[in-house]
Design a protein around this ligand. Structure first.
Ligand SMILES: Nc1nc2c(ncn2[C@@H]2O[C@H](COP(=O)(O)OP(=O)(O)O)[C@@H](O)[C@H]2O)c(=O)[nH]1
Ligand SMILES: [Mg+2]
Length: 268
């Protein structure tokens, strides 16, 4: 890790050769980060509070390409690693019913972050876990943050992060985002993850034998266009195609060489 890189990150205002301000579609600084994290969560779960507590001054604001959804990017530089953190729009799901959901889903599918940090409102865990399960379905590593633990405790809700972690197979950290409580633990985990010291396995949901057979066949069909196959998570796409997801069908129609054959095989 060069000193130069550290200094560049801390600099505020335009730098040499174009500056740091991210505009839609420009991920010019991405190559400088060792590890990329997307911060996700339901609206009001405490995402902004935690984003600010984690990244401090090291952040800037732009837009996602083609839409007016605000995009914040921040950095953590520690122990020789530079971690980029992208703030996803607050969403309840990835069903693509709203611009926010489309932006969040496309970012995860197309930009393939190394890790998703999902901020959960501990007072409303059941509803909040829905989004987390959808991320797990995408097969991307997820780390869970149990925020609002002060509110939960006040309501007599006692969540065992260990037990939840065992059930879902991922680590959970407890925080009080607006007071910075637990943030140091969280940052340490993120740095461990970036340095490869934390085992984070993307878990795929198993849909049972019939669906899994179907999935395997569709993935095989989709692989016939290797350029297309490189651009998207095929396991996930196959399931979405079975669900008749319009967005997924459109992706195949637009991008796959043998779109007609692939889509025909699915309806047979
Ligand atoms: N009691 C409590 N309030 C919090 C906590 N985290 C954030 N907040 C507050 O909850 C509100 C929503 O937080 P914000 O970070 O804006 O949520 P976002 O919509 O996910 O970005 C704000 O008023 C925060 O100050 C927490 O852990 N406990
Ligand atoms: Mg916010």
């Amino acid at each position: 890790m060069s000193e130069h890189r550290h200094r560049r990150r801390r600099k505020h205002g335009p730098g040499k050769g174009g500056g740091w301000h991210l505009r839609g579609g420009s991920f010019g600084e991405r190559r400088n980060a060792d590890y990329r994290i997307a911060l996700a969560g339901n609206p009001n779960a405490g995402k902004t509070s935690l984003f600010n507590a984690i990244t401090g001054q090291h952040q800037h604001i732009g837009n996602y390409p083609g839409v007016t959804v605000e995009k914040k990017v921040g950095y953590v530089v520690r122990d020789g690693v530079t971690i980029e953190i992208v703030d996803l729009p607050g969403t309840y799901s990835l069903s693509a019913y709203s611009i926010e959901e489309v932006v969040a889903r496309d970012f995860v599918l197309n930009e393939k972050p190394d890790l998703i940090v999902d901020i959960l409102d501990s007072t409303n865990l059941e509803r909040n876990l829905y989004l987390l399960l959808q991320f797990q379905e995408l097969g991307i590593p997820v780390l869970g943050v149990l925020n609002m633990t002060d509110e939960a405790e006040a309501q007599g809700i006692d969540i065992s992060s260990d037990q939840l972690g065992t059930i879902l197979g991922i680590p959970f950290v407890k925080t009080v985002g607006n007071r910075g409580k637990g943030v140091e633990d969280l940052i340490n985990l993120l740095v461990d993850a970036a340095r490869g010291k934390l085992e984070l396995i993307g878990r795929q949901v198993n849909y049972g034998r019939d669906l899994e057979n179907y999935r395997a066949k569709t993935v095989k069909d989709l692989t016939s266009d290797s350029d297309f196959a490189d651009t998207i998570n095929l396991d996930w796409l196959a399931i979405k195609l079975l669900e008749d997801d319009e967005n997924a069908i459109a992706k195949v129609k637009q991008g796959h060489q043998n779109a007609d054959d692939v889509l025909k095989a699915i309806t047979e």
